[in-house]
Design a protein around this ligand. Structure first.
Ligand SMILES: Cc1cc2nc3c(=O)[nH]c(=O)nc-3n(C[C@H](O)[C@H](O)[C@H](O)COP(=O)(O)OP(=O)(O)OC[C@H]3O[C@@H](n4cnc5c(N)ncnc54)[C@H](O)[C@@H]3O)c2cc1C
Length: 392
């Protein structure tokens, strides 16, 4: 078992810190209040090639697997104060670039990855609908055969990057039975006729510098060549994207937790009450110890899950369930502890309270906490039953 990063992985993280020097932004506080995604900062990320990281070098990327992408996003989460910007990048990479790299055919990759790479395009991934949140089997968006393609109709909501995106990966029903194999995935230019995207971002609690919105598909015609994989393969494509999100996207929260822990240490060393620094109060030092423990255990689970994806030992992303649960719950609890440790200062608008707000949504997206626990228990139950039958 090897826990140390390779020289290449250390260099990758160091490179992310160098890029991050160009992503420090004094207007962050104002943009967070205004729910304003920064296109200029996005262009800076793209100029450094970060919007193509999982694509091969021939396709304009760096060919990163899940573990290396997780390490890259962890470093960005730590070094870039605009967590919403890193979230927008991570959602684009895991749910839009990943399916293109792993599920698109050669001509689709040539057509789409080239444009995305060269034109700094930003993607949105649309599955959720008003009546289909945790339960995607309730999806109503349909893609009906029409000529040499399909006509897509339906309404998607809570879509990250939607108001500012350049292309969309959308999941729609192509069969009648409602089973997992009745969905297909399509890629579309956002300017396709019949697509309506709410121009202003939804005002939300956290991740306010990622733009979120609804997308209406009003009989949008797509050519068959815009379908990713075979008809009916949308379920597995979605599942694979989610596995990448649960490891790689969530690694950005490892970075924000590390930054937060450093800020808490500094505050408790600096702030004196009752004639000595707060760090010398055992109750507070223990709370910091707990935060560190949560962060480190979540990090081990997250990187192990990413490693498993790379080694095909876990194609369905089973390990990613525990990883996502551990990281999201650690991020929320550490965020609350950080606010508490800062006293009144932690309640003021600023980095400490912003990171708590940025953490809160992460127990809901990429699978809600309860839904993932249900899946985990189901999985464990079948493993225990198999073991009990002696079928190891
Ligand atoms: C910041 C953010 C970004 C997002 N980005 C995208 C995106 O880019 N693309 C996209 O398609 N969607 C996106 N979503 C939507 C996200 O996928 C949904 O919010 C998620 O699937 C949950 O659906 P819901 O919000 O309708 O909650 P619901 O499904 O209504 O669930 C509400 C609560 O009930 C719990 N719950 C649900 N079912 C059960 C059950 N069987 N047992 C126990 N508890 C249960 C859930 O865990 C949750 O806590 C985003 C959401 C957020 C918050």
């Amino acid at each position: 078992m090897q826990f140390a990063l390779s020289p290449e992985q250390r260099a990758l993280q160091a490179h992310m810190f160098t890029v991050a020097e160009h992503l420090q932004d004094e207007s962050l506080h104002a943009r967070d209040r205004a729910c304003d995604f920064s296109r200029p900062l996005w262009q800076t990320l793209c100029a450094a090639g970060l919007h193509m990281l999982p694509a091969s070098r021939d396709q304009g990327g760096q060919g990163l697997g899940a573990l290396d992408l997780a390490l890259a996003l962890e470093a960005l989460g730590e070094a870039v104060p605009d967590t919403g910007l890193v979230f927008a990048l991570a959602a684009h990479l895991c749910a839009c670039i990943h399916p293109l790299v792993h599920c698109a055919d050669g001509p689709q990759q040539t057509e789409w990855l080239q444009q995305i790479g060269q034109r700094a395009w930003l993607g949105a991934h649309a599955i959720t609908e008003p009546q289909a949140g945790s339960d995607i089997s309730a999806m109503r968006t349909r893609a009906v055969r029409d000529g040499g393609g399909y006509r897509i109709s339906g309404h998607k909501c809570y879509i990250s990057n939607a108001p500012v995106c350049d292309f969309v990966i959308v999941h729609a029903r192509t069969g009648e039975s409602g089973s997992f194999l009745d969905y297909s995935s399509f890629i579309l230019d956002r300017h396709s006729s019949g697509i309506h995207i709410s121009p202003s971002p939804k005002e939300k609690l956290g991740l306010r510098t990622t733009a979120m919105g609804d997308i209406e598909f009003d009989g949008v015609w797509v050519h068959e060549s815009q379908r990713l994989g075979k008809e009916g393969s949308g379920g597995p494509i979605f599942q694979a994207s989610m596995a990448w999100e649960r490891c790689c996207l969530f690694a950005l929260y490892l970075g924000t937790m590390k930054r937060q822990l450093r800020a808490c240490w500094a505050h408790l060393e600096r702030r004196e009450q009752f004639g000595r620094p707060l760090i010398e109060q055992q109750a507070l030092a223990h709370r910091l110890g707990e935060m560190q423990l949560r962060y480190e255990s979540a990090r081990l689970l997250c990187l192990r899950a990413a490693w498993s994806l790379d080694h095909q030992s876990d194609w369905h992303g089973d390990a990613s369930l525990s990883a996502k649960l551990a990281v999201s719950e650690a991020a929320v609890r550490n965020g609350m502890d950080a606010v508490h440790l800062h006293g009144a200062l932690g309640m003021l608008s600023g980095e400490v309270e912003r990171e708590l707000r940025n953490a809160l949504p992460c127990t809901v997206f990429s699978g809600g906490t309860e839904v993932l626990r249900n899946q985990l228990v189901q999985q464990l139950r079948s493993e225990y039953r198999r073991d009990a039958r002696g079928g190891r």
